[in-house]
Design a protein around this ligand. Structure first.
Ligand SMILES: C[S@@+](CC[C@H](N)C(=O)[O-])C[C@H]1O[C@@H](n2cnc3c(N)ncnc32)[C@H](O)[C@@H]1O
Length: 226
């Protein structure tokens, strides 16, 4: 591609991404700002229970928004954020590291972390292949906070897919074919022999028009403890 065409292509993509971000904000789809209150509250409770500084694993960290917020609030001390892309041009705060899982494996010892967060990641990995992965994460971390979606029927599945497409537009994140039902979620917990100490249902992830299309019954947060 000629340089001029390449620049025009990049400008067009940036414009589309900005438009999507703007639409998300005004239509109530500001996912991070709607979710962070729930996550912050659970991290505060876990920090109190643990009674020491938090060493966090952010599994499928994306743009690291949740970790950076928790670090800024001084709720965590150290963090390792993992995902499967190359993190470029991002200056990270002291004690926050990024690891690209496409190049390296997680080889942390048992209980290396006292908290792991897995926010809207599991359905992208594929709900049927999670037992081993979840067990590994729960082995290296004392507590795990998982945020994910519930589907209820064919229509709600397609709405979740549409929201996932809209929310992840411009990234290489794959759009899942299926999501957890409540039954499948509990089956996974049982099969993986994990102890769920709390589940928050009806998490308000969307407001405004978005909440009419995808009501809060589709969102849940689960807290797992060894
Ligand atoms: C919807 S984004 C969520 C990002 C972040 N957790 C957040 O809430 O802002 C899903 C993320 O999961 C990551 N992901 C998908 N499959 C993964 C895998 N097998 N291992 C690690 N990360 C994965 C994607 O690259 C993407 O960044």
């Amino acid at each position: 591609m000629k340089y001029k065409n390449y620049m025009r292509y990049n400008n067009n993509i940036s414009l589309i991404l900005l438009t999507f971000e703007f639409l998300r904000k005004i239509l109530g789809g500001d996912r991070f700002n709607n979710l962070i209150g729930y996550i912050e509250k659970e991290v505060v409770l876990i920090k109190k229970k643990i009674g020491k500084k938090i060493n966090l694993l952010d599994y499928g960290c994306g743009k690291l928004d949740f970790t950076l917020f928790l670090k800024k609030k001084k709720l965590i001390n150290k963090a390792i954020c993992v995902d499967n892309y190359e993190l470029k041009y991002k200056k990270l705060p002291l004690n926050v590291k990024y690891m690209n899982l496409s190049n390296s494996k997680m080889t942390f010892k048992k209980n290396y972390f006292n908290l792991a967060i897995i926010i809207d990641v599991l359905h992208h990995i594929g709900i049927n292949n999670l037992e081993k992965k979840l067990k590994t994460i729960c082995k290296i971390s004392e507590y795990v906070i998982i945020k994910d979606h519930f589907e209820f029927n064919y229509l709600s599945r397609q709405l979740l897919r549409l929201a996932d497409w809209f929310g992840n537009y411009g990234t290489e994140v794959n759009i899942p074919k299926k999501y957890f039902t409540e039954e499948k979620w509990y089956r996974l917990i049982k099969k993986s022999k994990l102890k769920q100490i709390k589940i928050i249902k009806n998490v308000i992830q969307h407001k405004g028009l978005f909440s009419l299309i995808l009501p809060s019954k589709h969102q849940f947060i689960s807290i797992i403890r060894k």
